[in-house]
Design a protein. Structure first.
Length: 274
């Protein structure tokens, strides 16, 4: 595991340097190739050897680039943030299935949906089509989505489960940089949306230290625009070293509360391996 990610880091920084000095690299490669082919004063064997070395160098650089190039199904481990938009998921019938894992994360209590699909006409207000910030899809979240699914982790018992996301790699942690979210429909009173991030310990044998980052925001009665939550700016804390993030919404009225549907989109996350 350590060797694998060490090689990944080498490939990542090598590729970054190639991008920074791409013009100089092309010029140097062309010069060396011309020298190998046109220098008649050198033995043919030596010229062929240098040309072969040049070809092998290009092959190695190509392999490094392939190593750090992201595909839609791979878990993204690196130092640059990735924004998950869920628009590659099939929602031809309105609802879709969220492949597990999706881009390195396991989602509990969420379903992809296409707010503008004819299936939802009369069920979803035109004021909620903005759930899909990056069209056409968003994620629908509610505690009710969890009722037909078994708990996916021992740390999250069935009785206390909340919609959540976590890395599929047990050795990975992540940073949540921002998220776009809103309650659905027209609440006649206040809806409070909650975010809770559970941090890992330095000891890999203890996956969570019990401490949590928590933040909430109140939405008054009525329809709403999508709220772009920038975690560090709003909470004055970096939401890093996370093993799980829980997201839920509660409707409050006359001293009582109940679960409320919500949608999220455009999750900006960054992965790390412990």
């Amino acid at each position: 595991m350590i060797l694998k990610h060490l090689l990944y880091r080498v490939a990542y920084f090598t590729t970054a340097l190639l991008h920074l000095h791409w013009n100089e690299l092309i010029s140097a490669g062309a010069t060396i190739t011309v020298m190998c082919l046109s220098n008649t004063k050198q033995p043919v064997v030596l010229r062929l050897f240098r040309l072969h070395a040049m070809v092998m160098l290009c092959f190695v650089l190509g392999a490094l680039f392939d190593q750090v190039s992201a595909s839609s199904g791979q878990a993204l481990i690196g130092t640059s943030s990735v924004t998950l938009q869920f628009d590659d998921l099939e929602t031809n019938h309105g609802w879709g299935d969220l492949s597990q894992p999706y881009a390195g994360l396991v989602f509990d209590g969420f379903y992809p949906f296409k707010p503008s699909h004819p299936t939802f006409e009369g069920l979803i207000s035109v004021h909620d089509l903005n759930c899909a910030v990056s069209k056409p899809n968003a994620l629908h979240g509610t505690r009710y989505n969890l009722q037909t699914r078994p708990a996916s982790t021992k740390q999250q018992p069935q009785t206390t489960r909340l919609p959540s996301l976590r890395p599929s790699n047990e050795d990975a942690v992540f940073t949540l940089e921002s998220i776009k979210m809103k309650p659905l429909n027209f609440p006649i009173n206040q809806v409070r949306m909650h975010l809770r991030g559970v941090r890992a310990t330095s000891d890999s044998s203890a996956p969570e230290d019990g401490s949590a980052l928590e933040w909430s925001v109140d939405f008054p009665a009525g329809f709403h625009d999508v709220f772009h939550v920038k975690l560090e700016e709003f909470t004055h804390q970096t939401w890093d070293n996370l093993t799980r993030v829980e997201i839920w919404a509660d409707f409050h009225n006359a001293g009582s509360s109940m679960d409320w549907e919500f949608c999220i989109d455009d999750l900006a996350v960054e992965f790390f391996v412990r």
